[in-house]
Design a protein around this ligand. Sequence first.
Ligand code: NDP
Ligand code: BG6
Length: 507
Amino acid sequence: MFNARNQGLCYAVIRNINYSASMDLEGKDALSVIIVGASGDLARKKLLPALFSLYSQGFMPDRFHVFGFARSAMSHEEFRARVGEHLTCRYVPEHDCERKMAEFLSRCHYVQGSYDSPDSFMDLYQTMKPLELGRAHRLYYLAIPPSIFVDVARAMGRAGLVTCTPGKTWSRVIIEKPFGSDRESSDRMAHELAQAFPERDIYRIDHYLGKEIIQNLLVLRFANTIFEPLWNGRCIEQVQITWKENIGIGSRAGYFDEYGIIRDVIQNHMMQILSLVAMERPATLNAQAIRDAKLDVLKHIPPLRLEDLVVGQYRRNGKNPSYNEEDGVPRDSVTPSYAAMALRVDHARWQGVPFLIRAGKGLNARCNEIRIRFRPATSNLFSGALSSLPANQLVIRVQPDEAVALKVVSKVPGLKLTLAETELDLRYATAFNVVIPEAYEGLILDAIRGEKSLFIRSDELAAAWDIFTPVLHELEQRRIKPEPYDFGSEGPAAAGDLAARHGVEWL
Ligand code: NDP
Ligand code: BG6
């Protein structure tokens, strides 16, 4: 097995150089992280544990505090007790864990208020101010449904919370997807948010960009010489990106039924992955260059056509309910819980290469992977040993169990010439002797450091909506019924026909 420990260290050094170049928080400064929607799922399960991880690794300044804000009534103590339930000591020795958690929790505070009320945000200000003496920076995290982003931004603006002294202090806001539900609503939201926050201070998060293996895509492509010469339609036959969850929509019907799988994961997470796979080499590693290169890919993808799309909806299988039996879903809902599609990147590099994407809930596994299949060898020197040589395949497994594998043909040891398909296999769990950070840890740290390369720029967002807006409108206006598929299956059979129409099959 390939051991990548040393390579891992070099990569860490590259990241550090980048970070320090854009660092604008000094150790003596105060940092307030304000989580709006602190009573919610994301805050409890992801954001507060990520902040604790950063704190316990010494990334936070001495005068660091967390302020939870939401409508639910809670005392500081009740908030701390809820936060404590989800903290784990991934970076702290066991004997020191309890002390570190208590220290972190003592820095957590809670303010109850209404999202559209400037007075409520003034209450928040009154709670923060005594702890923010001297130079103080603020990071707002809007962990709330997007439908109330604008109300919150307006109320914060009216309360005078969105102020900073250029060059001295900053106020930044992280917003969670979905950013609108089509091109028009996304533009409207962008326009309204811009009234409260300048684009410079808006950080649109896509947590897939914070996943380790997604960050490794650039390194894999551009720090190794072996891939780039092959990274084009002459050598690559097809690219597939698969995203599966083996659970249904659970308690998220209110959100999911309005959005569906295309808006939930494809327009954002999958398109970001696709653009990193397909982009040209950026001029530098700075945020502008990387985002320009991703934007260029998105702009070269023609709008998805209905004939290149299959939508599905899971149906009852044993104890697992149908999508439209889930609590809160209308019985006649036509919202897709699955979609498979074939996209093209109209770029000389990618001529003739289908990009197949499929994503769904209620499938047979939880997994996200990218498969790049190379064209098969044209002549077979070994036809006596294997009648047709399997094509090479690069498999990048995002989750679970992060890995990069290259499928190659090898000789099976023995006195006869027998060939078999084998794998060069880089598994993160065994190759790197490090704790793999959660996506939110790196992204929150980047926002604190003003590093935007892993956040979505407004033009990227617009270009991604342009790919899907026409087909989403068509699906909705014609109320096109999704193909049913059994909960726990591979998805609808029609996805296989779609791949076949593009001359390939699902890998
Ligand atoms: P929740 O549904 O848990 O909402 C967060 C909080 O917002 C709630 O605790 C509630 O607080 C308040 N809230 C909920 N609905 C409304 C409403 N209709 N009007 C006013 N306030 C409301 O959301 P999540 O925490 O799951 O997600 C927050 C954001 O993060 C969303 O944009 C979501 O798409 C995104 N996201 C979530 C992920 C996750 O894993 N949960 C993953 C990726 C993105 P209170 O009633 O106390 O005010
Ligand atoms: C979110 C989607 O963005 O990503 C969810 O809204 C999905 O539907 C989640 O479950 C998956 O995130 P992860 O990190 O668990 O793959």
